[in-house]
Design a protein around this ligand. Sequence first.
Ligand SMILES: Nc1ncnc2c1ncn2[C@@H]1O[C@H](COP(=O)(O)OP(=O)(O)OP(=O)(O)O)[C@@H](O)[C@H]1O
Ligand SMILES: [Mg+2]
Length: 254
Amino acid sequence: MGQTIAFCNNKGGVGKSSSCVAIGQAWARMGKKVLFVDLDSQANLTSIVSTLDPSQREVSIRDAFLNPDLFSIENVGENMDLVASDLSLSNFDRDTAAIAGREYLLLDLLKDVKANYDFILIDCPPALGLITYNALIAADHLVMVTTADQLSYQGLVMVANLFADVKSNERLNKTLKLTGVIVTRYEKNKVSELYLNKIKQELGQAVIEPVIRKATKMQQAVSLKQSIYDLDPSGKVTADYIEVARQLALRILQ
Ligand SMILES: Nc1ncnc2c1ncn2[C@@H]1O[C@H](COP(=O)(O)OP(=O)(O)OP(=O)(O)O)[C@@H](O)[C@H]1O
Ligand SMILES: [Mg+2]
């Protein structure tokens, strides 16, 4: 049965989507079957991994939430599939207001496909609302993504509180595990060292080593629609993500 992993932080721009993509691609290259699930109406994950023109896509995850018969999975490469998102997901709260148990919509959608994958990676929006609740209820593992600075750290604390809330409630997800904290875009200086230490003090063993170093290749990969493994096979950020993907898989499968 596939393991479902939610990549979260309340703070925007910390590397959630980039990490989700880089780790999923690393696993796919190791021969694992991967499903990406884009839960962000910005659809960054979708635009990074899919070559399909958005106007050609007939349905997105928002349609499937309203009508599960419309649940659609597209292939985006060897061992990699995608449940795509688009801007229509920004009305999720209003669109689903009349649906009872709307915290469980994603759990229900993924139930039937879980067995087809080794890993299902959910890219969360930079918010802790109903969509992120859906992710944490559907997930087996929470991976927090953060940069080493004050505002991302505050976001992390908020995710940690939500995690505790979801875990402590019998009807939500008692078996959710905090499986990893990934520190991204790391550049060694006094402030980043201070916050890296703070993160380690708060979250201890959950922090995955190595940290992901800052590298412009990450932005280049997105604009060239290439994976970092093809664009820069011997690059530092590529090496960091290969090791983090390996470590995370070990933790998930142990
Ligand atoms: N290791 C890195 N080094 C340099 N730039 C990076 C790195 N990782 C990500 N970036 C860049 O940082 C920006 C934000 O990354 P990303 O979109 O993954 O963050 P996010 O947390 O998903 O953002 P959002 O909250 O808006 O969804 C992007 O331009 C991305 O290319
Ligand atoms: Mg994102």
